[in-house]
Design a protein around this ligand. Sequence first.
Ligand code: PXP
Length: 237
Amino acid sequence: MTKLSVNINKIATLRNARGGNRPNVVQAAKDCERFGAQGITVHPRPDERHIRYQDVHDLKEVVTTEFNIEGNPTPEFLKLVKEVKPHQVTLVPDAPDAITSNAGWDTIRFKEYLTDVIADLRESGIRTSIFVDPVEEMIEGAALVKTDRVELYTESYATGYHSNRETAIAPYVKAALLAKQLGLGLNAGHDLDLDNLRYLKDNLAGLDEVSIGHALVCDALYLGLENTIQQYLHQLK
Ligand code: PXP
């Protein structure tokens, strides 16, 4: 089974556009779960332009499915996640001013750094996943730093999907097989949508989880949140 974790950052972006508390991020997380999502993902950034650190604390009180916190492991981020203790932390090498995550880790270059951070999080009882491009060398490096899982960065799959989906998926199939051979759990995310999700799911053996935000929230504007989540779940069946 592949779990759907809904990234609710865009809900917070909408709230922050006006001040006040509409839409209510905590209620949205509860509703996503009620509508069938098997996880909630947030990506607090240092400038708190969407999810705020306080949201993360508030969400911890209500999320009953899997709580996944993504981010660059700055000292502030590590302090936050060790206080909150989510089920999973996904480490992402994004610059503070990046609009969205735009690259996976270089697991060779950052081997020592990642090893230390991952060991630290494991000591706090938190499962780790690291965001990586579908490159075999990077997957091998991920196993060496002893992460529990990798999250394959699916931007290039999503971009190539409509012109040639066989070519677009090929590096992901290899990366997924290798990750499983090395005993790593397998997540995927970024730019996944109702068009490209099923083909990804059908081609990646042992896909544990996808985290989806932008397209899902956009679809919800037209289809409603409940119906949208049901449709994403249907693609993962
Ligand atoms: N995975 C990671 C590491 C991300 O940074 C994001 C975006 O915050 C996602 C998944 C979800 O991407 P999208 O919003 O395109 O669905």
